[in-house]
Design a protein around this ligand. Structure first.
Ligand code: APR
Length: 315
């Protein structure tokens, strides 16, 4: 059976691990953190729910002990510092690049075949950094952001439509940033009905705007970034990998010409299965969406350039 490692046992990492345990999709789950005792405590706490939730996954918490992560099939990177109120994801780059680089290198030594899911922000750039720094094949490095943004989009849509959340479909592509994400309102549906036919233009525009600042809205309320939806969004992707479900997730993948872009990792609809990102799907975008995607890609590349300027990566 499968093994999953979650690096960073903070809000997002622990919530993700908990969601994975509840899904009963792997036999071993390792939580690793730099903070003494944190992973161990959270792992034991979760294990003490196993009887009630009926899962048999063995959850183990470790402090910096990478040997315990040996032979993981999927490794989730949440380590880093979260966004503080008023802070952009981009401002996090310097600190989190060092952390992500270090933990990915360590984890890869023990799990050379693992698929990496990157959550640490700025996520598009951290995904790119992981891919470039490790030289891993592009299918094995995926960023989690679009799935979260899409879940937030569906939430705001369901509220505006007064519809059941599960009846709503909507996806967000582009960068995982307040100004770079692109909620595809033209493709959103409620039980097969285009939402553009169900919502007034102004309401639809508000749904899009609310989605784009969805993360910041929560950061303001909570004093730190959110964790339930990020954790659950990542767990769904892990399930698709481990069970080879081949579900479509909007997620951060390396582009080589798709959507007219290359040499960056950015949110696109992709088939997620046992080989990781198995296929990038080409959606027909209208002119406005195409322009928004090009603008978003340019913004993500701008942030990626910081990695080269600060010599974290070399060309
Ligand atoms: N190795 C292992 N763990 C580390 C390291 C490291 N080098 N550096 C930091 N950590 C751990 C911290 O000790 C902390 O427990 O990463 C964890 C991060 O957890 P939180 O501070 O609770 O942050 P969280 O809200 O989970 O966000 C994690 O996801 O959404 C993004 O912007 C967010 O980049 C942030 C990440």
């Amino acid at each position: 059976m499968s093994k999953v490692t979650v690096i960073g046992a903070g809000n997002v990492g622990a919530t993700c691990a908990n969601a994975i345990a509840h899904m009963k999709i792997c036999s071993e789950l390792v939580l690793l953190d730099i903070k003494e005792g944190l992973s161990e405590g959270k792992a034991i706490d979760m294990m003490q729910t196993a009887k009630m939730y009926g899962f048999d996954t063995r959850i183990k918490g470790v402090t910096n002990d990478y040997a315990a992560t040996r032979n993981s099939d999927v490794i989730i990177i949440t380590s880093g510092i979260p966004r503080k109120p008023g802070m952009t994801r981009e401002e996090l780059i310097g600190v989190n690049a060092g952390i992500v680089n270090g933990v990915v290198g360590n984890a890869l030594k023990y799990s050379p075949k693992a698929i990496f899911i990157i959550i640490s922000n700025p996520m598009d750039t951290m995904t790119y950094l992981t891919l470039k720094a490790t030289g891993l094949p592009k299918n094995r490095v995926i960023g989690m952001g679009g799935q979260l943004d899409s879940n937030r989009f569906c939430f705001y849509l369901s509220q505006a439509l007064k519809a059941a959340p599960s009846d709503v479909e909507g996806i967000v592509i582009g960068g995982h940033g307040d100004t770079t994400m692109i909620p595809l309102i033209s493709k959103a549906t409620c039980k097969s009905m285009p939402v553009t036919k169900l919502l007034r233009k102004a309401v639809a525009e508000k749904v899009v705007a609310d989605t784009m600042v969805g993360g910041a809205t929560l950061t303001k309320l909570l004093g730190t970034s959110a964790w339930y939806a990020p954790g659950a969004s990542c767990a769904a992707m892990v399930k698709s990998i481990l069970l080879d479900e081949k579900k479509v997730f909007p997620c951060c993948c390396y582009l080589e010409g798709e959507y007219g872009q290359d040499d960056l990792c950015i949110g696109v609809p992709a088939v997620i299965g046992k080989r990781g990102c198995e296929k990038i799907l080409k959606y027909d975008l209208n002119k406005e969406e195409q322009a928004a995607f090009a603008k978003s890609a340019a913004a993500v590349k701008n942030v990626n350039n910081v990695l080269y300027e600060s010599k974290i990566l070399t060309r």
